[in-house]
Design a protein around this ligand. Structure first.
Ligand code: KET
Length: 397
């Protein structure tokens, strides 16, 4: 019956986690998956989340089905986090949001909607991007291509090429953007650069799809939302997928949201109804527990305040690790410029290590990076950073 079934060889990021678990070497360090680990190399349980969970459990509420679109208080809080409390578009009901199964679920629901109404459009993703962006949009039937982004020569962005590219692609093309903490490079557009490309996207009638999975871990919760708020201010019709996996450290609960910003309240309602349509057919409704925990953190002033300072702590620890890595590598190899480590933002760094060097790190030093040379900075800590920096120096020699 199943002889003809193709074998799925696994995902390049998720498979590495499994290989890492099997590795018996005690010095091993996992810098592959985008997960925030604390100073002791442990997945943190945030205090704000712990309190919300305790509160929820103490109420002994049975787990009812949520509506297709999720919990109302959750959805409102997501809008405030992304668009800002006083955003006039919220009062005008031009933004609609649904609770989703993580950022991945938001992308998939958005992709389903877009393919239903814009099936002839091409989806453009940054070169490079998170591999699953391509997979998710291809899975619903889109043709996915790349727009110029990272420049390996300079470690910056091919900005002029990007601008020219946006000026020439067809109307209603879908452009997937990373508002902050670009995955995998860590290289973000500046505010001035956003201010240049967003009006082009609007004038050219392109459809922006902003995927924000690391809000708060770049420059801060408010700062990282700049591109989203600017696009809303400029009157673009666009989509935002956001994930709470990283900034709430709630990976396994699958918490995220998908928002649409439309020109009118009526249009926003139409798109929202199609989100419901897609959700009903994909998984019917999102998780109750995850929705409530997140909503309690976001809507209880004391917990919200605690959460923002916990996110701030994660951001600062990542920065400290960037600096320490820069210092040690610069000391070990003085003739090489490692300043990209401190210029990049968020969880990831594109190290520029070749596939061969990445494999050497894994085989000889039990240091795991993704094959494209991406490393997760937040897996570094004071206990392992010297070991990692020295291993890097050895393969770079
Ligand atoms: N968008 C981006 C840009 C992203 O990096 C991830 C996860 C997601 C969405 C998915 O978020 P979630 O809420 O977990 O569905 N990225 C890390 C984990 C993974 O590959 O699944 C990573 O790049 O390592």
């Amino acid at each position: 019956m199943f002889e003809h079934v193709d074998f799925f060889a696994g995902d390049p990021i998720l498979s590495l986690v499994e290989v890492f678990k099997q590795d018996q070497r005690s010095e091993k360090v996992n810098l592959s998956i985008g997960v925030y680990y604390d100073e002791n190399g442990k997945l943190p349980l945030l205090n704000s989340v712990k309190q919300a969970e305790e509160h929820l459990v103490s109420q002994h509420i049975p787990s009812a089905y949520l509506p297709m679109e999720g919990l109302l208080e959750f959805r409102k809080a997501a809008q405030i986090l992304l668009f800002g409390e006083d955003n006039p578009l919220l009062k005008e009901n031009k933004i609609q949001t649904v609770q989703t199964l993580g950022g991945s679920g938001a992308l998939r629901v958005g992709a389903e909607f877009l393919h239903k109404y814009f099936s002839d459009s091409t989806v453009y993703v940054s070169d490079p991007t998170w591999g699953n962006h391509i997979a998710i949009f291809e899975a619903v039937g889109f043709n996915v291509e790349k727009y110029p982004y990272y420049d390996p020569e300079t470690g910056g962005i091919k900005f002029e090429a990007l601008v020219e590219f946006l000026k020439k692609i067809s109307e209603k093309s879908i452009v997937l953007l990373h508002p902050c903490c670009h995955n995998p490079t860590g290289v973000d557009l500046t505010r001035e650069e956003w201010d240049t490309i967003l009006p082009i996207i609007k004038e050219r009638n392109l459809i922006a799809f902003m995927d924000i999975a690391y809000q708060g871990l770049g420059d801060g919760l408010e700062e990282d939302a700049y591109a989203i708020r600017r696009a809303a201010y400029l009157g673009l019709s666009f989509f935002v997928s956001n994930s709470y996996s990283k900034n709430l450290s709630l990976y396994g609960e699958r918490v995220g949201a998908l928002s649409v910003v439309a020109n009118t309240e009526e249009e926003a309602k139409l798109v929202f109804s199609q989100f419901q349509f897609a959700i009903r057919r994909l998984y019917s409704s999102p998780p109750f527990h995850a929705g409530h925990i997140t909503s309690i953190v976001m809507n209880t002033p004391q917990l919200y305040e605690e959460w923002t300072s916990e996110v701030e702590g994660m951001k600062l620890r990542i920065r400290e690790m960037r600096q320490k890595l820069y210092d040690t590598l610069s000391q070990n190899i003085p003739n090489k410029d490692f300043s990209y480590f401190t210029k990049q933002r968020g969880m990831f760094s594109f190290t520029g290590l070749t596939k061969e060097q990445v494999l050497r790190l894994r085989d000889e030093f039990a240091v795991y990076l993704v094959e494209n040379g991406r490393m997760c900075i937040s897996a570094l800590n004071h206990h392992n950073i010297d070991y990692v920096a020295n291993a890097f120096s050895k393969v770079l020699e």
